[in-house]
Design a protein around this ligand. Structure first.
Ligand SMILES: C[S@@+](CC[C@H](N)C(=O)[O-])C[C@H]1O[C@@H](n2cnc3c(N)ncnc32)[C@H](O)[C@@H]1O
Length: 315
């Protein structure tokens, strides 16, 4: 297989196949292609669907192109950020979607390849860019942000209890060039008793900085909204999220689509005319214990699914 290996164990694969078991024809969008784990299984289970896959990581796209090459014209893959999905749909002549999947967060190779600079366990220059052609990296976020901005990032992106202390310690220790230097600064900034609880003390800081570098939470709401609008009646959107920030965005975008923005009192007839765009699909929300044991990266996963109705909002 050409291209660097980019293997990622797909999370909640059986549950995702179940959610999309009704697919027959049309174009399915995988907005977070990664190592094409979900993609391969969906393509195998549904031989008549067309497949559009995007990822902001060049290596993920190159690897998936090679992995799915035998499927020919059924598969279209693009290097793109999912907030550009409306453009990608126009460019590829896709008028509506038969289903869509967002499997958020990072792929395993992004964390495991030392030179990508995502991991507090592997010593490398600070980087954390999912898209290697983007200019801003973790180096700039760590070394150029104000204390206030760092504190905000740590609090909002990772619920870090010691956000203020860590932000001050980072600014005092600058310049910080590598992952291990950053991890050491964070460890030293946290009270000794807290260092022994709740996993690696630098885990939250690394999550928060990665989310800032890749603008993950900023990009997500519009991308989900655009995809919901592009679904055909009866088509489903599944979102797998891995932390509370992502999950609460998925929940609020889906909730807005469920009401269409109608805020009329539920005990009175609707007078605003806004209509529901989707219905919530009840499904298993978290990976099985067996999956969590086999794949510890699945532990935090949370699945939300909606299905498009034939009504809709205009905007
Ligand atoms: C959890 S992995 C997906 C794994 C995939 N489902 C599989 O089975 O191999 C998430 C992927 O989404 C990509 N990604 C994250 N945010 C993105 C965005 N805003 N636009 C496009 N791709 C994104 C990452 O580069 C990463 O490869």
């Amino acid at each position: 297989m050409s291209g660097a290996m980019f293997n990622h164990e797909p999370v909640m694969l059986n549950e995702i196949l179940e959610v999309f078991s009704g697919l027959s024809t049309g174009t399915f969008l995988d907005a977070t292609l990664g190592g094409a784990g979900h993609a391969s299984a969906l393509l195998k289970a549904h031989p008549d669907i067309e497949f559009l896959g995007i990822d902001r990581d060049h290596e993920a796209v190159a690897f998936s192109k090679s992995k799915l090459s035998s499927l020919g014209e059924r598969v279209t893959l693009r290097h793109a950020r999912f907030d550009r999905v409306a453009e990608v749909l126009v460019q590829t002549g896709t008028h509506s979607l038969a289903g869509a999947l967002f499997d958020l967060g990072v792929s395993s190779p992004q964390l495991d390849q030392e030179q990508r600079g995502f991991s507090y366990r592997l010593d490398a220059p600070l980087d954390m860019r999912m898209d290697q052609s983007q200019s801003m990296s973790a180096l700039e976020v760590i070394n150029d942000s104000s204390i206030e901005h760092l504190e905000k990032i740590l609090r909002e992106n990772a619920d870090e209890r010691f956000a203020g202390r860590i932000a001050k310690a980072i600014v005092r220790a600058r310049p910080i060039n590598t992952t291990v230097e950053l991890a050491e600064v964070v460890i030293a900034a946290i009270p000794a008793a807290a260092r022994r609880r709740g996993g690696h003390p630098a885990k939250r800081t690394f999550q928060a900085i990665r989310i800032e570098v890749n603008q993950e939470l900023v990009i997500l709401p519009n991308a989900l909204t655009d995809v919901i609008k592009a679904l055909s009646p009866g088509a489903r959107l599944a979102v797998l999220s891995y932390h509370s920030g992502e999950d609460s965005i998925a929940k609020s975008v889906m909730r807005l689509a469920e009401t269409g923005g109608c805020t009329c009192p539920t005990n009175l007839p609707c007078v605003c005319g806004r209509q529901a765009l989707v219905r919530r699909v009840r499904t298993v929300k978290t990976p099985s214990v067996a999956e969590q044991t086999l794949n510890r990266r699945s532990t935090a996963a949370r699945l939300r699914v909606v299905e498009r109705l034939s009504t809709g909002w205009e905007s």
